[in-house]
Design a protein around this ligand. Structure first.
Ligand code: NAD
Length: 427
């Protein structure tokens, strides 16, 4: 039997590889291989039918040497402590590689929002905050949305902390609705950030974004805005895929002439599931869920979940593919990395590629602290500047030191965090 995929083991393997490369001392290694703090707790919720269900909640704070921890909260039926540990670790590297003054955190609740009423979801949000009210906050750890959580969940959480503390705390959480402390551009930020880095990588490879084709895994928040901006730059997205909750399987939707963003959004639910029947009538072919990876395109954008580009699937990547832009966290296994590297496919690693979300969350904190909100174009211009600068720092290091791009990004991030730990006298 094959061993089940463990994202934290993968995050540690990626770290170890670069720790060796950097010749990192033993104490720093031990400190950065593991989270600083972990919380596990129960959230009892009275359900709509009068019974009480107990949900498991997590928060992991990986490293806060560079500033308060920052990271999303995921609602997922398969959430595990190791997934949260991995995501918290990647958040530390993500904030460091784009050089924003925050550390790495992540949280989650084992639940499936599809099976819960809004009232039950609100109770979980408020319960999560009650369990952690002493350990989170704008000076310690600032949560945000992630998979299957949204601005409404964030507002319920903020409201709960304000009730508990008896004061306004807009800096407690980010990803809030616009008009209730949220930043314009936050919804678009991760997907647009992915495409800012894709644009720069294509230029570096001497390719024109306007003549490129792409295939995307996922059609949720990240994928939707990546598709939108890729298309705005003149590129053509020929395939997207999504998970179908009713059928408990995934499908790919292909239309060689290119998908139309507005059209596809119109037949997609709030969980990023495209309606198969309606898609068929619009001329989309419905293919198996993993067909997105074998399309004859220039750019692949995994923007769904972890462990998708594996030793197995990477071998099916078409020879036309020049670039893999990791919108999702942890989509590529170390075995697949070796294959991509050997084939000379340019990889924009996850914690750089999808850092637009946390960067805009940081902007939300800055605006909230000033109580002065910027227009959308200003948010997106600042975001583009941060992503472009971070991309070129990684690309330059990869070129000068002949490093794989993921390793180059890790070298920059780990060096920054290790240095902050040293300056504080922790190691
Ligand atoms: P989402 O819940 O909005 O969308 C997820 C999409 O992936 C949906 O379309 C879903 O149907 C699809 N999907 C799930 N499993 C699939 C499978 N097996 N095959 C094909 N499609 C599948 O989530 P999101 O916010 O877009 O996040 C996507 C990824 O990006 C996650 O890895 C998340 O951690 C990462 N990320 C998100 C943000 C953000 O700001 N939203 C920021 C950084 C990283």
């Amino acid at each position: 039997m094959t061993k089940p995929f463990n994202p934290f083991e993968m995050a540690q393997a990626q770290f170890d590889r670069v720790a060796d490369l950097l010749g990192l001392d033993q104490a720093t290694r031990e400190l950065l291989r593991w989270p600083l703090r972990e919380y596990q707790f129960a959230i009892p919720v009275r359900m709509d039918d009068g019974t009480v269900r107990v949900f498991r909640g997590f928060r992991v704070q990986h490293n806060d040497a560079r500033g308060p921890n920052k990271g999303g909260i995921r609602f997922h039926p398969n959430e595990t402590l190791d997934t949260v540990r991995a995501l918290a670790t990647w958040m530390t590297w993500k904030c460091a590689v784009v050089d924003i003054p925050l550390g790495g955190g992540k949280g989650g609740v084992v639940c499936d929002p599809h099976q819960l009423s809004l009232r039950e979801q609100e109770a979980i949000c408020r319960g999560w905050v009650r369990q952690l009210s002493k350990n989170v906050g704008y000076l310690q750890d600032v949560p945000a949305p992630d998979v299957m959580t949204n601005p409404q969940h964030m507002l319920w959480m903020m409201d709960e902390i304000e009730v508990l503390h008896g004061q306004k705390e807009p800096g407690f959480i980010t990803g809030k609705p616009v008009g209730s402390g949220g930043s314009l551009g936050r919804t678009e930020a991760t997907g647009y950030g992915v495409i800012y880095t894709v644009r720069e990588a294509l230029r570096l490879l001497g390719l024109d974004p306007a003549s490129m084709t792409a295939s995307v895994q996922g059609f949720g928040n990240v994928a939707q805005f990546a598709v939108q901006l890729f298309t705005q730059y003149g590129g053509r997205v020929v395939c997207v895929s999504c998970w179908d909750h009713a059928d408990r399987t995934s499908y790919s939707f292909r239309r060689p002439s290119g998908i139309t963003y507005e059209e596809l959004i119109g037949i997609t639910d709030r969980f990023g599931t495209v309606d198969k029947l309606k898609a068929k009538t619009l001329g989309y072919e419905i293919l198996p869920g993993d067909a997105w990876i074998e399309q004859a395109v220039d750019v692949l954008i995994p923007a769904a979940i972890e462990n998708q580009v594996t030793a197995d699937t990477a071998r099916r990547i078409h020879q036309k593919v020049k670039l893999v832009a990791e919108g999702a966290n942890g989509p590529t296994t170390p075995e697949a990395d070796a294959i991509l590297q050997e084939r000379g496919i340019y990889v924009i690693p996850d914690f750089l590629c999808n850092a637009g979300g946390v960067t805009c969350s940081y902007f939300e904190q800055v605006q909230g602290n000033m109580n002065f909100f910027w227009p959308k174009h200003e948010v997106l211009e600042r975001l583009d500047a941060v992503m472009t600068r971070a991309f070129h720092a990684v690309a330059d290091l990869a070129k000068t030191k002949q490093l794989y791009t993921r390793d180059a990004a890790y070298v920059i991030a780990i060096n920054r965090v290790a240095n902050a730990c040293r300056l504080r006298g922790w190691v």
